[in-house]
Design a protein around this ligand. Structure first.
Ligand code: COA
Length: 167
């Protein structure tokens, strides 16, 4: 029987300790430093919600989310351009332990965000996921899982098709 690894998303709290064993390369030290030094403060000020990703007893990643909006002009066809904004969840920070890449954890984190949007939608609808990719590798990852580039390093994922009632 195939054994599936389970991934848990543990919300940050005052007791959250950033794992000293977490592996990352120098180019991503600002992301690690956000979780080590700023995440709890941002969360206390209701700016971000942060999660530790755990598989078994090992921390495999960190995720920070916030809310934002995207100008409709970046999304619509020319004849339908307006000044309106579309509500979005921003993937503020995401990092997977460098020893654990390409095992599905990053895409699982995005599926987790989609499930939050799905839960929220009866109370507070949200149309898009948005991310500013840190570099070309991150852009390729987001494009690979279905995000579309709207501006330089900004990508969006349209949630509407996933929310349509079945049948
Ligand atoms: C980008 C990152 C989050 C991806 O996480 P991951 O756990 O390695 O990604 P997954 O294993 O879920 O990959 C999902 C799919 O994307 C593909 N993929 C992952 N990284 C990719 C890349 N750099 N280029 C192209 N495809 C990529 C995988 O091969 C996989 O494809 P498949 O479903 O066809 O098998 C991770 O590499 C990371 O933490 N990078 C450093 C920090 C960073 O860039 N964070 C994003 C900040 S904007």
């Amino acid at each position: 029987m195939k054994s599936e690894k389970q991934l848990y998303f543990i919300p940050f709290n005052d007791r959250t300790l950033i794992s000293p064993d977490f592996k990352y390369t120098d180019e991503y030290k600002d992301i690690y430093s956000f979780f080590k030094n700023k995440a709890i403060k941002c969360q206390k000020e209701y700016i971000s919600k942060c999660f530790e990703l755990r598989s078994g007893d090992k921390c495999v990643g960190y995720l920070a989310l916030s809310l934002c909006s995207v100008k409709q002009k970046y999304l619509s066809s020319p004849k339908n351009r307006g000044l309106f904004e579309r509500p979005a969840i921003r993937i503020g920070q995401l990092i997977i332990d460098a020893g654990q890449h390409k095992q599905g954890y990053g895409s699982c984190a995005i599926n987790f965000v989609i499930s939050i949007a799905r839960l929220m939608k009866s109370f507070l609808p949200c149309r898009l996921l948005v991310v500013d990719a840190i570099d070309g590798k991150a852009m390729k990852f987001y494009e690979h899982i279905g995000f579309k580039v709207i501006d330089e390093n900004t990508l969006v994922f349209d949630l509407a098709p996933m929310f349509k009632p079945e049948g």
